[in-house]
Design a protein around this ligand. Sequence first.
Ligand code: GLU
Length: 485
Amino acid sequence: MISDKVRVRFAPSPTGYLHVGGLRTALYNYLYAKKNNGVFVLRIEDTDQNRKVEGAVENLIKTLNWAGLRYDEGPVTGGEHGPYVQSERLDIYKEHADRLVKEGKAYYCFCSKERLELLRKEQEEKKLQPVYDKHCLKLSKQEIQEKINDGFPYVIRLNIRPNENVVVKDIIRGIVEFSTSTVDDQVLLKSDGFPTYHLANVIDDHYMKITHVIRGEEWLPSTPKHVLLYNYFGWEVPSFAHLPLLLNPDRSKLSKRQGDVAVESYAEKGYLKEALVNFVALLGWNAGDDREFYYLNELVDAFSLERVNKAGAVFDIQKLDWLNAEHLRKLDDATLAGMLKEELAAGELKDLIPGDETLLKIVSCMRERISFIKEIPVNAPYLFRKPDSYEEKGLQKGWKAETPAHLNEILPKYEALENPVKDDYERVLRETAESLGIGAGKLIHPLRLAVSGVSGGPGLFDIFDVIGQKEVVERIKTAVEKIRI
Ligand code: GLU
């Protein structure tokens, strides 16, 4: 047995940002670990020196933490099976590649780029599978030693025996069989001394005692190579679960070209982590019913690998927006007010941030009308500052010749109120309407235009309550002076 505990890992290459597909892989690993009282490992696969990006690891950890996916072992945190960064494990890979060479399961290859290129072209012309032709396998021990002594660059390749069957047991896909004749003599160690993904991945999964390899479908074709490596080393093969591809609505592979794929950019756009995590969880999994709203801890309870689909999962941004609104509405006013404050501080209204009590009033009257916090200042700027114009259509409908006289009637009454609360504004309005012998609407519509400049939005008395008595009076006076129809 690899381990008596479930041990899973998320093994990203640090490319600078976390892809939403990566977030899903991390999430499923996390959920599986938590559900089974297991261990969630973060391993950084940074053996491709050309793709290295400064600060990428820090950014990755920050993003995982933001999403609430805390790993149990990994860089910074540490653990018994470290180091958890592959570039710090080069000796282990080299030693194991040498071991395979000694046992005849791998071999040195000195072929030049030019020869490999030529070979590939020939095979292409003959419509053959482009695989290495084992040319260097024929070299004698002495020839090999001479070449090494002469400083010839070399790689180490896996020696795959053709015409064998490799069986991959996948929790999601069932049994997948591959013929070794279609598997290339994979390079294990590159000429720069760094391992390839395949070698490092298998060695690390073994020594980190990974029981379940949960990763994207794009790695399925590599899995026979990995199974062969486990066999060659005499190691137990972990269980595999390959997650379905993420697709654009047109069913092409989710790509940068059709929209954002970086988790960070969703965070920047104001999506809640709860919503993004919930959304990503549903990309290829459901609990067997039509429930869609989940918190992370609820996902832990509901999740199972058996219920992950094989078919590609469509990334439907409208669903994400909907989930964002749902999650937003579940947050309490104080949390929303804090978010609004932050949002305002970063925007053009930064000098007009109201006090905490007013912020609470704002979120309370706007919460059902928004999917994103940032919509508050955009949709209702009048909650923060005077309107600078009045909506033409609204005026045509709601501002009549007698309106100024009506408003002049209510103005002194509003001015006379002492520390009014919401109900006071309403009471005065109804009394005034009655004494004028008109419907309340005849006052409500023009008043709304006067204080907000527009004809839609939260309740009129909520607006009054937010902007306060002084502002209510001033805005009505200004409107009466300015509006001419
Ligand atoms: N480093 C690979 C990646 O970037 C990991 C694949 C795996 O999980 O085996 O996705």
